[in-house]
Design a protein. Structure first.
Length: 295
């Protein structure tokens, strides 16, 4: 068995990624007493928002691959599959994109409960998948999860491994989101460059204009998801145009889209940090957008 300080360091970083993913999921669920109670607040699969359906569809495929790997004693595949799921699907995409609705929507808002439902299913499944190889971490995590009535609370090891479930098979939605996330990379590169040039600070300070050919696969996809693009890119505003991009726009060769990043107009809401035109001043002299005021 090879070992070195570098190998231990790499493994430590991988372990922290798995542990921190579980920690963030638990933090967004809270306890059954003060936030999410899976026996009362779970949203049925067909009523979940599309981004949550995507996340559960990705989890479903992970469960299938990991169960097969365990059955064939291919423990390295178990480790790599779960690590990639936590690093890419969760940290890079899902947790970042859904942060706004979890922190800023009203406690019982349907979109917030939808995401908490997905996060609960993911946290429970990940803990059980990791139990054979990260026993102590899984046992500790299990003690903090709010359980359904069918769970054995005493120990994670008294529960079944998760299995592939047809109700979480949203392959069509998953394919659309995968295509959208491929396009997202181009927009995120443009935002990164704008930050490096100090044109913007945090991404929520930005307004993004996307230029793509009319009728192209990219534009059709953007039009379909237009209402949620600010959430996907974690910016305040997004506009779409099929005209020629102005000079100086960032062009992404892989996706064929052009992106212009500018400082978003409107006041910054002190609660959600988004720049919006509907901000009004409260009695303390702070700007609140209409959504946050309602929440």
């Amino acid at each position: 068995v090879r070992c070195s300080k570098e190998i231990f360091k790499q493994l430590s970083e991988s372990y922290r990624k798995l542990r921190n993913t579980l920690r963030i999921l638990l933090a967004n669920l809270g306890s059954a007493e003060n936030d999410f109670d899976p026996n009362k607040d779970m949203v049925c699969p067909e009523s979940l928002t599309d981004i949550d359906k995507w996340a559960l569809s990705r989890l479903n495929k992970l469960v299938k691959r990991v169960r097969e790997a365990y059955d064939n004693y291919q423990f390295h595949i178990v480790y790599h599959e779960i690590h990639n799921f936590c690093s890419i699907d969760m940290s890079k995409l899902y947790i970042d994109i859904t942060k706004d609705r979890l922190y800023c929507e009203a406690k019982n808002d349907p979109a917030r409960r939808s995401t908490q439902t997905a996060m609960y299913v993911i946290a429970s499944a990940l803990t059980r998948l990791l139990a054979p190889i990260l026993s102590f971490t899984s046992e500790e995590t299990w003690s903090f999860i709010s359980h359904t009535d069918s769970d054995d609370v005493e120990s994670v090891f008294f529960n079944d491994m998760p299995a592939f479930e047809e109700k979480y098979d949203f392959s069509e939605i998953e394919e659309k989101y995968e295509s959208l996330f491929n396009l997202r990379d181009g927009v995120m590169k443009a935002l990164e460059l704008a930050r490096a040039d100090k044109a913007i600070g945090k991404s929520l300070e930005a307004s993004v204009a996307i230029y793509a050919k009319a009728g192209s696969e990219a534009m059709n996809l953007f039009r379909e998801f237009e209402s949620i693009l600010p959430d996907i890119f974690i910016v305040s505003k997004v506009s779409l145009s099929d005209e020629n991009a102005p000079e100086g726009a960032y062009y992404d060769e892989e996706t064929g889209i052009s992106v212009v990043v500018a400082v978003a107009e409107g006041e910054k809401c002190v609660r959600c940090w988004m720049h919006k035109d509907d901000c009004t001043v409260d009695e303390d002299g702070q700007h609140l957008c209409a959504r946050c005021r309602k929440a």
